[in-house]
Design a protein around this ligand. Structure first.
Ligand code: PRP
Ligand code: URA
Length: 209
């Protein structure tokens, strides 16, 4: 059963305020997306399985824990998901990174796929799909469709702002996928933008508007 985890940690909420602010420029926006991704990664990896190992400290041999198995793959949805990758890799530098290229058609709001490259050993990994924005849910649904075909151990969806409409749509199509976000906003406007949101995440990260 799908769960929605809203990360209300004060550091995340504080940074999210500056991310939303219209006066935040490209450099700061990019840094904030990365910092928020690091903080969210900490919470989203809370349930990774651990195994015991024997470790020799300078004092004695003792039993300690490490994360078991082949671990993680991060899959950003291009373009805006790219802004979250470095922040995630700060905490899990050994993770593999796949890419899925999707853009929303401006008229239909339907996602168009233009790129897809996933790690070959994805079956042995837990996947976290990354995109700052869950709006209508179309992009997340298609990206998860693509990832599911490669049969990973588990998939989570990590975004910064989610619209209620996107959560509902993702839940309908992929009820097994947990959603991690920093905020659930009010609604979508008539152009499919999240209100109050932060505007166009890709444009603000890459300075294309
Ligand atoms: C944005 C965003 C998501 C998508 C969300 O990308 O980064 O991928 O819209 O909208 P949805 O939930 O309605 O599908 P966009 O299509 O603008 O592409 P870009 O990142 O390349 O600008
Ligand atoms: N994509 C964005 O970047 N922002 C929105 O508000 C909706 C979709």
């Amino acid at each position: 059963m799908q769960k929605v985890f809203v990360m209300d940690h004060p550091l995340i909420q504080h940074k999210l305020t500056f991310l939303r602010d219209i006066s935040t420029g490209t450099k700061s926006f990019r840094e904030l997306v990365s910092e928020i991704a690091t903080l969210m990664c900490y919470e989203a990896t809370r349930d990774l399985p651990l195994v015991n190992v024997q470790t020799e400290t300078p004092m004695q041999i003792t039993t300690t824990k490490v994360i078991s198995g082949r671990k993680l793959a991060f899959v950003p949805i291009l373009r805006a998901g790219l802004g979250m990758v470095d922040g995630m890799l700060n905490l899990v530098p050994s993770a593999k990174v796949g890419h899925i290229g999707l853009y929303r058609d401006h008229d239909t709001l339907k996602p168009i796929e233009y790129y897809n490259k996933l790690p070959p050993d994805i079956e042995e990994r837990e996947v976290i799909v990354l995109d700052p924005m869950l709006a209508t849910g179309g992009s997340a649904i298609d990206a998860i469709d693509i990832v599911k075909k490669s049969n990973p151990k588990n998939i989570k969806f990590l975004c910064i702002i989610a619209a209620p409409e996107g959560i509902e749509a993702l839940h309908k199509k992929h009820p097994d996928i947990h959603i991690y976000c920093a905020a659930v906003d009010e609604k979508l406007n008539e152009n499919g933008y999240i209100m109050p949101g932060l505007g166009d995440a890709g444009d603000r990260i890459f300075g294309t508007k």
